[in-house]
Structures are given as C-alpha cells and as structure tokens.
Design a protein around this ligand. Structure first.
Ligand code: 26W
Length: 853
C-alpha cells in the first residue's frame, strides 16, 4: 500500500509537470481535456522504455516478423485498456484521490476510435492485444481515418448517420512519424523496360503522387514478465501539402484538387457489402503500397538486402481488402530489386496468407478491370500476367473442364476477383471457424481446394479476455481470480477450473449477485444515457427498462438480414400479443436489448431498426404489458457500449441463418461473461457448444447449414406455406401490415417492405431468403425453454458457470498461437534483458541533465 502511495505521488508530480510543460496550465485550472492529456502523457512515459526495447529486440534478434494488414481496427478506448494492461488500476485510483479527479469522467472523456465496421475490425484489435501479450514480433497496419464509422442516431425509429470526428481533440496515444512517410503512385503511363532476367518491368511517367504519413499507436501487452509493446501503424494522407493539387484548384476543380488529401478521410461504412467505389480502391492500394514500402525499408535496414525476405517476412491479408499487396510485391521485387519474375512470385506466395471472413457473395470484392487499369496501370499488367499463367496451368491440369478456368480466373467478365487473387497469391488460406472453413473448402472455393488441398486451413476466432472480462467486468474477474487464481488472464485455458465451482450454491449466489449489479449499471445507462428522439432528432426521453430481476436478452451486432434481428422481433411480436391477451401468460419479465448499425444504403436493415423502435413504442404504451416486456434499442452501438452491455447479459442471441455467420465473436464475449446462448448451429456456436458440452448448452435450435443448402438447391422451402399453416406466426407477420404498429405512411411502407421480403419472391431472390419463418417456430419454443430455466436462478447460474468455464479455447491468445503455428511459423521474442537495461539507462540520463538547476 505504502508503495502504491509513493508511486501515485510520483505520477501526480509527472501529471503536474506535463500540465505546465506541455499545456501551460496547473492542476487546479486544468479542463478535463487538459487533465486527460497530461495524465495520458504521464502514463505513456511508463511504456516508452518497453516499446523502444521491444522494437529493438525484434531487430537485433532478427526475428521473423508478422505484418498484419487490415483496413479496419476497433481498438476501443485506449487509456482504460492501457491502465488495465500495465496493471495500474489501483495506482490510478490513488492518483485520482490525490488530484481530486473522477476516474470515470477521465476514462470516458476519450473518444472510442471507430476505425472499423464490426467483427473483422474488432478481431484485428483483439489479435493485436494477443500478439503483444504473447511477445510475438508483429506490426499492425491500417488507415488513420479522420472520420470513423458514423455515429448513429435513431430519430423516431429512423437511423440517421452523423460524422464521427474522433480526432477533434489532440490524441495523446498516437505518434506522428514524419521521417517515415512514403510516396504512393496512382495513374500515369507505364513505359516498358526489362530487368536483368529478361522480365518486363515498367517505369511510370506522368503519375499522381500521394504522400502517406504514418501514425503509430502503442499496443501494450499484458505483463506476464516484462510487457512488450507493439505498434499499430496507421497511414494518413491528410497532412501533406503535396497531396493537394493547387493547379487543379486554381483551374476551378475543387473536388479533384483535394481528392488525395482526403484519401484517408472516411471509413467506408459497409459491412458485408462490396462498394466498388474509386476512392475505396485508392484507399486499399494506399494501405497495400505504403505498408509494403515500410516493410521493405525495415527489412533492408536490418538485413541489407532481400535475400532473407521470404524467410523473415509474413504478411497477413485480413479479408481481401489489402490484397493488392500481392501484385505490388511482385512488381517491386522484379522492378526495384531485379529479382526474376519466377522468384518474385515464389517469394510473394511464401510471405502472404489470406483470411476469409464471409461467404456472402455480395461481400466478395471485385474491381472493374478498367478502373484498375486506369488507376494502377503497372499493377494491372502484373495482374494480367498472373492471370494468364494461372489460367494456363489450370487448363493444363484440367483439360476436360472448360468452365473451371472461368470459375477460377482472377479476371473474368471485366471484373478482377480479389478472393481468387488472394488465394492464388498466398501460401495459406483460412476460414474463421470449423464450419466456415469447411464451407470454404466444399462450396465457396471448391475448385481452389481441389487444386491446392494443403493451402486451406482453419483458425477459429477468439477474443481477448483482458478487455472483455478483466477490464469490462471487474466484479466477475475478481470472482474468478478468487477461485482459480489469476493465471487465466494470460492462460485462458485455466478458466476450465471454474467448472469445479459450478454446482456450489455459494458460488452460484455470488455469480447472480454480480450479474444483478452489472444489470443495475446497464439499467442506469439505458435510463439516463440512451436517448429516445422524435422525428426531428430532439431528445424526448430515455429508454424504458425493467428491473434487474428481468431476463436481459441481448442481440448486439451489425444489422444484417442474415443475422436475423427480424426473427428476434417477430418472436417479440408473438410474445407481445400473448401478453396483451393475458399479462400473466408468462412468468418472467424480459428486457430485450438490441444494438447495431445498418450500412447507410441498406434499406431493409434500416427497416428492421424501425420495426424494433415501433414495437418498443407500442409495448411502452401498453400499461399492463410494459411491466413484463421492454425493448431498448441502444443508439450508436460501439466497443464502449459493448463493455457496458455484455457483462449484464443473461441471454445471448446468436441466431444467424446456419452457414452464413462465418464465426461471430460477440457470441464468445457474451458467454465469457456468463450469458447463455440461444443460437443456431452456425459459425463458432458449434465449437462453443462442443467445448461447453451439450449438457450445458440448452438452447440450440433451427435448421442446419446442410439442411438449408439442400432446401436452397431443391427449391423446396416455401415461406408462404409456413406462414399460412402456423396461426401464431401468421398473426405476427400480419402485424407488419395490419396497421397495429405504424402511425404514418412512411412507417407503414417500411413495415410493408419487410412483410414482402418474407413472403414475396423477388426476381433475384426467393421469399424469405434467410429462412426467418422456417426457424421462427423452433425459436419461439426454445424461448419458452429459456423462460423455464430462468425461473430457477441457481440452476441458471450453474449453466452460466459451465459456459464461462468452456470458453478457454476462444481466447484470441489461442487463435494467435494457431496462426503462429499453422500459418506464420512465428516464434515469441520477449524483450531482451540487456536491450531493456540499455534503453532504461539511456532514458534515465536525462534526470542528470537539467539546464537550470
Ligand atoms: C468490402 C465490404 C466489406 C467489408 C467488410 C465486406 C466484408 C467485410 C467483412 C469481411 C465482414 C465481417 O466483418 N465479417 C465478420 O468477420 C468476423 C471476424 O472474423 C466474424 O466473426 C463474423 O462472423 C463475420 O461476419
């Protein structure tokens, strides 16, 4: 205690120092932003030695290094996580007392960086945490979007998008690296030449040059010994005057003049939908080219030449978005390093690997051939050559199958298929759950699997227990540590030991008490901070909620038809109608919490949000029913809100159409926090069930992926028949058009569109493409079983404890270990002691060199 007190005193001194030295103010007068800055600067100093020593260790020890390329990251707030990860929670509390400041206010002052859409981006951030914690040599690369994912407001049920200006205030956790900027070229005329091997290479003339400036964010590993710090390097085009084309501006072309300055301005808010826009293509190439140049520079600094490049460099392509790294690497090797085409191609395939995150056709990226030819002429020539060679090889191997080449080629029908390119240019391709990896092999990329059976592998996703349990749910974390010790923080397989306590009544009671407390916090949040707005956006109140005794039923994820938020809502209509007839029809109360953003152009997803709102309103107006059932739509769902909602959840809704959710990661976070899953046999749900065991996984329902594949191919599922033969289902669906929910024509129209999506064949799609009505009855019955079990809290707690205990496999630490072993061949490199001491020594010199004594 004494020690904490002393260290806190030193930290306070440092904060005061930064307030004066960097901000020109004193503690007493400092605004929250000033205090936040000074505090972060002080804390940041604590990690700089480790950061410097980590990077130096990787270089000096010539470690094979992973470069993780991702267009998206969702790190969540940094300060709070950094405090947790350097185990400084108690220290910081003491500092707050000494400075008279409020910790919660300090932590929530920081914006939540929304540099991603959903699952893929958050996974990348969990992976960075696990790479750092486990001392793997790695860099993350991405884009520093000025505006992240839009801020969502719900105006009388309608989603409104607002810009997310997360960089409005100075951001103390990023380091601008002016000396490491690189140049990226677009357009121009390629002039042919040959390298010494006789391969054609191209010199670009009259091109457009864009300067990419890196900003580094430290990713702090949790200390198992000395903690490592990795870098997340984000590229920006904002700050470079050369990117602004003054001549075009002067000629009156304002939009063209600023295009390259604003390349990194905005994240594309699409998830599971390919956009095909020019700026997006420029963004993707910006990431690929700038990162690759950086990788090459780093490699040459350490090794002098590229002879060990294929041995030392691993590049992970996070979905196809950074896949242009493939032709770009071939190009640079043949042109700038005079490596033969053949060898360049081998090096590229050895270094690169690709993770697929979705099987939805509309999310598989394709770029128009002309667009690429115009914007990236040299890379286009390489793509053509790669395609010709590949097609020739396929033709030779399968001379009988004429269609095969067409299915597999990189370029077809004027489109460049990024998934095909990624598979061909990688040495490994992985899916993100067992089921998903199977589907990739047997359906989506079947031809490729036949050609390269050894390329395909699985790495099931995971999430970091440090942010999602230790930090988000400190009560439950302490509860666990009290029973099994704290090794689970870095060795999550030890969570299995919790099983021994699952049937212990005192443990069950304590678990329930913690859940209640977390629910109280969520209720507080919903009732005080989750606004209800009228059609002009004016706040007219806050969410209605129920008490902590209610079942907290949670579905939080991006809005998408395949995730079937609509099925959840149809069940709620059924429930509402039952309760309306008889308010005592059910014996438990239920608070349904739904959160998620819809892609701005995804009309049906927006309609589903509106339905949730209209139903919530209807229930809220019903005096009798609202005591039993409430729906809260959480506005602007993001990582920070997830941290409040997840610890309070009893029931986790993972109800996607089987075969369509590649993995899911929210499912893991919720189960880790003691929610029971009501779910389909999809994605990682299947493996979670296996780990928890059938006995403790009571709410699995619905058609399987195979059954649905058969129903599709045989065209046997008729939504209308299901609708017409089930009175209750029919009644619920009719609520979409009988005027009971809508109060004006716009609302009526939105609901009608949903009604038709369920029942009417469209010329491209069959009715109810996502099998909502097919699974609704089974879902409804399963929800009854949920209520039955919930009536017995201690039994429920026993199930919950078994679920937590079964989550060992779903730590991102485990996922990263599997990538390291199966895909990257990566070793751990903890900070070298001598290097650490040297850096420490150099750092402490400054204490002796004050100018004015
Ligand atoms: C080009 C537009 C676009 C943008 C993002 C298409 C596709 C995406 C992502 C691949 C979509 C995504 O986030 N997929 C999710 O990835 C998670 C992490 O692996 C999985 O857990 C989810 O199941 C999957 O939907």
């Amino acid at each position: 205690m004494q020690e904490t007190n002393q260290r806190a005193e030193i930290l306070v001194q440092k904060i005061k120092h930064f307030l004066i030295a960097n901000l020109g103010t004193i503690l007493e007068k400092a605004s929250i932003q000033e205090f936040y800055l000074a505090f972060s600067l002080a804390l940041r100093e604590e990690i700089m030695i480790n950061w410097t020593a980590t990077l130096d260790t990787f270089e000096k020890q010539k470690a094979r290094t992973l470069y993780y390329l991702s267009m998206e990251y969702l790190p969540g707030r940094l300060l709070e996580n950094n405090i947790t990860n350097i185990s400084a929670t108690e220290l910081v509390k003491a500092v707050m007392v000494k400075t008279g400041r409020n910790l919660q206010e300090l932590l929530t002052h920081e914006p939540d960086p929304g540099l991603g859409n959903g699952g893929l981006g958050r996974l990348a951030s969990c992976f960075m945490d696990s790479l750092a914690t486990q001392h793997y040599p790695a860099w993350g690369y991405g884009l520093r979007y000025q505006y992240g994912i839009f801020e969502q407001e719900i105006w009388n049920g309608v989603q409104i998008e607002r810009p997310d200006c997360w960089l409005l205030n100075e951001h103390p956790w990023e380091f601008r690296r002016d000396t490491q900027a690189v140049l990226v070229n677009f357009r121009g005329n390629p002039v042919a030449a040959t390298n010494s091997h006789g391969d054609e290479v191209y010199q670009l003339e009259d091109y457009e040059e864009v300067r990419a400036l890196p900003y580094d964010i430290p990713i702090i590993g949790y200390p198992s010994s000395v903690f490592s710090v990795l870098s997340l390097r984000l590229w920006s085009t904002k700050e470079s005057p050369t990117n602004f084309e003054l001549q075009r501006y002067n000629a009156g072309h304002l939009d063209q003049a600023g295009e390259n300055t604003s390349l990194s301005d905005v994240l594309y808010p699409n998830d599971h939908h390919e956009t095909g826009k020019r700026i997006r293509l420029k963004q993707e190439f910006l990431l690929a080219s700038a990162s690759l140049q950086d990788i090459l520079l780093k490699h040459r600094r350490v090794y002098g030449d590229l002879s060990s490049f294929a041995d030392k460099v691993r590049i992970q392509i996070n979905d196809t978005h950074p896949a242009l790294v493939i032709p770009e690497l071939v190009r640079i090797l043949t042109k700038s390093y005079d490596i033969s085409w053949h060898e360049a191609w081998e090096i590229t395939q050895t270094c690169c690997s690709y993770t697929n995150h979705t099987v939805l056709k509309e999310a598989l990226e394709e770029w128009n051939e002309h667009r690429i030819a115009h914007l990236l002429p040299r890379q286009y020539i390489i793509l053509q050559k790669l395609n010709q060679e590949f097609c020739a090889a396929v033709r030779k191997k399968f001379p009988e199958d004429a269609d095969k080449v067409q299915r597999m080629s990189i370029i077809e029908g004027g489109q460049i298929r990024m998934a095909n390119l990624s598979i061909i240019g990688s040495h490994k391709v992985n899916g993100v759950s067992e089921l998903h990896s199977e589907i990739i092999k047997t359906r989506l990329f079947r031809d490729f699997y036949e050609l390269y059976p050894n390329k395909f592998t699985n790495v099931t996703n995971g999430v970091t227990q440090r942010r999602w349990l230790l930090h988000a749910n400190p009560l439950l974390a302490a509860f666990i540590t009290k029973r099994i010790g704290d090794r689970w923080i870095t060795h999550f397989e030890e969570i299995a030991k919790l099983r021994d306590f699952a049937s212990d009544p005192a443990t069950q009671e304590e678990f329930l008490a913690i859940k209640r407390e977390n629910k109280a916090a969520l209720i507080h949040f919903l009732a005080k901070e989750n606004p209800l707005r009228n059609s002009k956006g004016k706040i007219i109140g806050h969410s209605l909620t129920l008490g902590p005794e209610a079942l907290f039923d949670v579905q939080i994820k991006r809005l998408h038809e395949y995730k079937r938020q609509l099925m959840n809502l149809l069940h709620l209509i059924m429930l509402y109608r039952e309760l309306k007839k008889d308010p005592n029809a059910r014996r438990i109360k239920r608070l349904v919490v739904i959160g998620g953003k819809a892609a701005p152009g995804y009309e049906n997803a927006k309609r589903i949000i509106q339905l949730a709102y209209l139903l919530a309103r209807k229930i809220g107006e019903d005096q009798a029913v609202k005591e039993k059932l409430a729906i809260a739509y959480v506005e602007n769902y993001n990582v920070s809100k997830a941290q409040i909602i997840i610890p309070a959840a009893d029931l986790s809704e993972q109800i996607s159409t089987a075969g369509m959710e590649a993995s899911g990661t929210g499912n893991m976070k919720l189960a880790m926090n003691g929610a029971l899953t009501i779910g389909t046999e999809d994605g990682a749900n299947i493996e979670m069930r296996k780990e928890v065991s059938d006995a403790w996984w009571p709410f699995s329902f619905g058609a399987t992926a195979d059954e649905l594949a058969t129903a599709r191919s045989s065209d046997t599922y008729k939504a209308w028949d299901t609708y017409i033969h089930d009175v209750q289902v029919c009644d619920a669906v009719d609520a979409l058009k009988d005027g009971s929910l809508a109060t004006n024509e716009q609302e009526a129209e939105a609901l009608r569109a949903l009604y038709f999506s369920l029942l009417q064949d469209h010329y491209t799609d069959p009715a109810d493409k996502f099998f909502v009505l097919k699974d609704l009855r089974a879902y409804y019955e399963m929800q009854k079983k949920v209520e039955e079990l919930f009536l017995n809290p201690r039994k429920w707690a026993e199930y919950a404890l078994h679920n937590i205990a079964g989550m060992g496999k779903f730590s991102s630490d485990e996922a990263i270990k599997n990538y390291a072993k199966l895909i990257w061949g990566l070793e751990k490199y903890p900070i070298d002691t001598t290097i650490y001491q040297n850096v420490q020594q150099e750092y402490s010199e400054h204490d002796r060199c004050r100018i004015i004594s």
